[in-house]
Design a protein around this ligand. Structure first.
Ligand SMILES: Nc1ncnc2c1ncn2[C@@H]1O[C@H](COP(=O)(O)OP(=O)(O)OP(=O)(O)O)[C@@H](O)[C@H]1O
Ligand SMILES: [Mg+2]
Length: 374
C-alpha cells in the first residue's frame, strides 16, 4: 500500500503563505497530477511529500504511516526534477547505478536492477555512453531510470518534461503513462501545463495561490468545473466568459441577458440569487457552433477579427456587441474571413454559469430541455 495523504499542510516564507491548509489524498497506484499557475505552490507541496521541505504544520502519511518527521531517504519516495543533473564523467549505467552503490547493494543486484530499468525505458543500447552523447529525451530517461532502480513506493515528478521540445514532450508523456501501467506504482506529477495534466492523470488537483481549487478526473474538471478559475485553467483554448446580468431566477431556471440583446434560460438552480446579480456565462470555444444550427438554444452575433487555420480545425477570434471578445473553434474547412459577420450558436447543455465571486452555479439534475427567448 502506498497511498499518500496530506492533511492540513501549511507553509509560509517570510510571512507569505505559500500553502494554505492543503488536504489531498492520493490513492495507492494512482497517477495524480498537481497543476496550477507558476508560483501556486506545486513544487513546495511535492517537496513536502519528499521530505525536502518541512511544512509549518500538517501531516504527511505514506502507506498509512506518518512520515512527517522521517528523513527523505527513509520515506520510500524517489523524485525526478525538471533540471536533473547527470554526472558527466560517468556512463549511463553508472549514473543509474549511483544511488544503489551508495546503498551498498551487491554488484549482481545493481546490474540486475539497472538492466531491468534500462529495458523499461528502452535505453539498453546506451548504457556505456556518457550523458553528453545523449539527446535530451534520452537524458531524461536516464534521470527517470535513477528513480526506478530505487524501487520507491511513490514516484514524484516535478515538471520533468519541461526542458524538452514539444514533439519529444508528447512522446515522453506517452512513455510515462505506459511506465505507470508497467510499474503499477503511485505517481505524483507536477506541471503547469493543463494538457499534460489532462492526458496523463487519473485525477488532477488544481492548485491556485496555495489552495486546492478542485480535485477530480480530467473529464470531471472539464465538464463540471467548480469555479471560474478551474473553468479557465482546464481546456485549451480557454473557456470564454461573458458578463450576463441576471433577469430572473425561478422554477424554470436562471434567465440571463445576452450581449447584443436577447435572453437565455439555463437549467441551473436559483438558490440564493438576488435579482440584479452579476453572473458570468462560460462557454468553451469548441462548444460554439459556427453558423448556428437548429439545435442551438441561443445565437450570438459576432464579427470575425482574426482567423487561425490550424489544419484540422480553425480558431475564430470574434467580437460581440459591446466589444466583448470571444473565441470559437470551427472546422478545418471553415471559409469565414476577417471582418465577416457570423452567427455563433450555443447550447445550454454546454454552458456554465458563475457567480460574481467565481463559484459555479449548480446545474439542475437531468435538466436539459430549454429554449431561448429572443
Ligand atoms: N525558499 C523560498 N523562500 C521564499 N519563497 C519561496 C521559497 N520557495 C518558494 N517560494 C515561494 O513560494 C511560492 C510557491 O513556490 P513553488 O516553487 O512551490 O511554486 P510552483 O507552483 O512550483 O511554481 P512553478 O510552476 O513556477 O515551478 C512562490 O511564490 C515562491 O516564490
Ligand atoms: Mg515548481
Amino acid at each position: 500500500m502506498s497511498a499518500v495523504q496530506l492533511s492540513q499542510i501549511r507553509k509560509s516564507y517570510a510571512g507569505v503563505d505559500v500553502l494554505k491548509s492543503v488536504d489531498i489524498s492520493v490513492e495507492d497506484r494512482e497517477f495524480m497530477v498537481f497543476v496550477g499557475p507558476s508560483g501556486c505552490g506545486k513544487s513546495t507541496l511535492l517537496r513536502t511529500v519528499a521530505g525536502l521541505e518541512l511544512s509549518d504544520s500538517g501531516r504527511v502519511l505514506i502507506g498509512g504511516e506518518d512520515v512527517t518527521e522521517v528523513e527523505p531517504s527513509q520515506r520510500g519516495v524517489a523524485m525526478v526534477f525538471q533540471s536533473y543533473a547527470l554526472y558527466p564523467h560517468m556512463s549511463v549505467f553508472e549514473n543509474i547505478a549511483f544511488g544503489l552503490r551508495m546503498m551498498k547493494l551487491p554488484e549482481a543486484k545493481i546490474r540486475e536492477r539497472v538492466e531491468a530499468a534500462a529495458r523499461v525505458l528502452q535505453i539498453e543500447a546506451l548504457l556505456e555512453r556518457r550523458p553528453r552523447a545523449l539527446s535530451g529525451g534520452q537524458r531524461q530517461r536516464v534521470a527517470i531510470g535513477r528513480s526506478i532502480v530505487r524501487e520507491p513506493k511513490v514516484f514524484l515528478f516535478d515538471e520533468p518534461l519541461s526542458n524538452l521540445d514539444a514533439a519529444l514532450r508528447v512522446q515522453m508523456r506517452l512513455e510515462l503513462i505506459k511506465l505507470h501501467r508497467q510499474l503499477d506504482a503511485t505517481m505524483i506529477y507536477v506541471t503547469h501545463d493543463q494538457t499534460e495534466a489532462m492526458t496523463m492523470a487519473d485525477r488532477i488537483v488544481v492548485l491556485n495561490h496555495g489552495r486546492v481549487e478542485q480535485v477530480g478526473s480530467p473529464l470531471e474538471l472539464y465538464r463540471e468545473p467548480c469555479n471560474r478559475f478551474v473553468a479557465g485553467f482546464i481546456g485549451s483554448p480557454k473557456m470564454n466568459f461573458l458578463d450576463v446580468p441576471l433577469q430572473r431566477a425561478d422554477g424554470a431556471g436562471v434567465t440571463v441577458g445576452l450581449p447584443g440583446g436577447g435572453s437565455l434560460t439555463l437549467p441551473f438552480t436559483a438558490d440564493g440569487l438576488q435579482s440584479g446579480a452579476k453572473l458570468v456565462l462560460g462557454i468553451r470555444p469548441e462548444h460554439l457552433v459556427e453558423g448556428a444550427g437548429g439545435s442551438c438554444d441561443a445565437v450570438l452575433d459576432a464579427e470575425i477579427s482574426v482567423v487561425e487555420h490550424l489544419g484540422s480545425e480553425t480558431l475564430l477570434h470574434a467580437r460581440l456587441a459591446n466589444d466583448v471578445t470571444i473565441q470559437a473553434k470551427g472546422s478545418g474547412e471553415s471559409l469565414v474571413a476577417n471582418g465577416e459577420r457570423i452567427a455563433l450558436g450555443l447550447n445550454v447543455r454546454h454552458a456554465h454559469l458563475f457567480r460574481e465571486d467565481g463559484a459555479a452555479l449548480t446545474r439542475r439534475a437531468g435538466a436539459f430541455g430549454n429554449q431561448a427567448a429572443a
